[in-house]
Design a protein around this ligand. Structure first.
Ligand code: HEM
Length: 163
């Protein structure tokens, strides 16, 4: 009786191929409107320069971030994961923001205002700023929802408006 050898597993399953294609399509769509690695790097550098100068947000970061190069590197990996699906970021932004006492809509409004201004100063393709801003607004909305639910309960979050 001869043993049956398992057939070799194909290097890429259909699901894997599909995931790779989706990742590439997302990155290519961003690249087509000028959102490349250099754009993401400039965006993060300029945005956090503005944040550090801001009277409302600056102190929140100043007391929590000792090593700015590391934070900026992490934020570039984050935005590359969001905008290019690169998978280069792993972390728990939700937990980090829940741990900052007193964050509310005012802070998120200011964050988004500075982010928008930075984007507008940087983007050359008219489609680039709205594309990135949309992602930032969605993430800001889920962070604020989580903060309010955590602090004041689900009922309090029911009346929240999206950014
Ligand atoms: C109210 C506005 C915000 C404030 C004051 C704020 C503040 C901070 C601070 C202080 C940290 C460092 C936390 C630590 O290392 O202990 C941090 C990390 C981070 N923030 Fe925010 N943030 C705000 C909004 C946002 C928004 C809207 C996004 C995304 C669109 C975002 C994405 C991140 C990410 C990805 C990290 C890194 C988490 C990690 O992996 O360590 N933040 N933020």
């Amino acid at each position: 009786m001869s043993a049956t050898l398992p057939s070799p597993r194909p290097a890429h399953t259909d699901a894997h191929r599909h995931a790779l294609a989706a990742r590439t399509a997302k990155r290519d769509a961003a690249l087509a409107i000028g959102i490349d690695a250099a754009f993401i790097s400039d965006l993060v550098d300029r945005f956090y320069a503005a944040v550090r100068d801001d009277a409302l947000l600056g102190p929140i970061f100043a007391t929590r971030i000792a090593d700015w190069p590391t934070h900026l590197g992490r934020m570039k990996a984050f935005w590359s994961s969001v905008l290019h699906n690169s998978g280069t970021y792993s972390g728990s932004p939700m937990r980090k923001h829940l741990a900052i006492p007193g964050l509310d809509r005012t802070h998120f409004d200011r964050w988004l205002t500075l982010f928008r201004a930075t984007l507008d100063g940087l983007a050359r393709d008219p489609a680039a700023a709205p594309h990135v801003e949309e992602r930032a607004r969605m993430i800001a909305t889920s962070l604020l929802n989580a903060i309010v639910i955590n602090r004041d309960g689900l009922a309090a979050a029911q009346g929240l408006e999206d950014f």
